[in-house]
Ligand binder design. Sequence first.
Ligand code: ZN
Length: 460
Amino acid sequence: MLNPAVAQYIQTHHEQMLAELAELIRFESLADAKDPDGCTPCAEWIAGRLGSLGMTADVVPAAGPPVVLGEWHVDDALPTLLCYAHYDVQPADPMEEWLSPPFEASVRDGRIYARGVTDDKGQLFAHMAAVEAWVEAVGQPPCNIKVCFEGEEEVGSPNMEAFLAEHRDRLAADALIITDEGFYDLTTPAVRYALRGLCYFEVTFTGPPVDLHSGLAGGVVRNPANALAAMIGKLHDENGRVQIPGFYDHVAPVSDAERAEWQAIGDVDSHLKQQFRVDVLTGGEAGYSALERLGARPTCDCNGIVGGFTGSGSKTVLPASATAKVSMRLVSEQDPQTVINGFKAFVAAHTPAGIRSEVTVAAAARPVMLDREQPAMDAARLAFRDVFDTEPVFMRMSASIPITELFQRVCGLDAVVTGFAQPDAALHSPNENLRLEQLWAGIEFLAAFYQHLAETDDSA
Ligand SMILES: [Zn+2]
């Protein structure tokens, strides 16, 4: 159970905490490669706030936006927890769809509305509030605390690998919590122990030097749009299995125990249909459950196709070229480079006479599996039980948070990936919001997590 004095401090300081979060919201901290200094005032505010709590804190320059590093060392005998969150946010547009200004915290119907209030400033702020509660109520945190708050997560953390390598010693810890995630449904917390990787491509098929008259050339000149669509159509067989050579090498099967655990979650299909507002869940490979297809099987999707004439009315052309964006989500031990090689070979094999194909790689990230047996996983379970009175579900995550894999590979740290974002938080969308009750409980959860980590580590 969370220390009662700490819980009471949080419960009696809601107003002050809300005012501070509103200050943090006010910074338009967009990670913009053209303006890396644009995030600095936000980073300085955070470091100043950590300093006033009694932590050592610095705004550390990086190749991109600066990173805030902070520390409270209590005792060598206690475990050290590294807390990660990001202070950069998604752009606010389309502006006209916001019911209140995106960079002003507006409280309506028990929710705070603002860009970044959940993703991820609210979850970053919750660490500061939880540390404050421990310091004010007890005098110090229950374990050693370090923080790493980055400013370019929303653009894929392109400079963080170098940053982590350079500051590995300063980031050394016994456990890592990444609070950039959320609940499974409105009442059930979730902990993620695997994240998918990513390969992202642009493919262009080029035929004649200019768009031709389809009446004059159609039938004798190869149409790049037809050829591109045919190639995309062959990426999956009739059972949804991806046809790229070597694609399933290194995809590990799921254990019976893991499958049983997912089954116990309940009616996942109905939950997902509701979440995506669809009638059937037919995407992906035949013979696997929806959760397995989402978390433990790799996927391949065409994200968009352009080429030729797409305006209103009709214009009879045979296009000179057509372009598609194609992405893959990777799992277990799949290596992005193997997938890149396989996809290039697949495209070459499906480029017919009369067409030139070009493949460019836009992004690549490895999948990651995290250690589920570490004490921090149990600390998260106990802390959720304390505050939300329910067990969290342990799940694989279908999306990617690139820093998770970097922390593991560069720093040797397996994260607990979790958080208190509610499913209806409108992340990245207009009117992003956070329920006030969820914020207060989220702060209590983190305060309890620090405490359980300090306790569980004894038995480790
Ligand atoms: Zn985020």
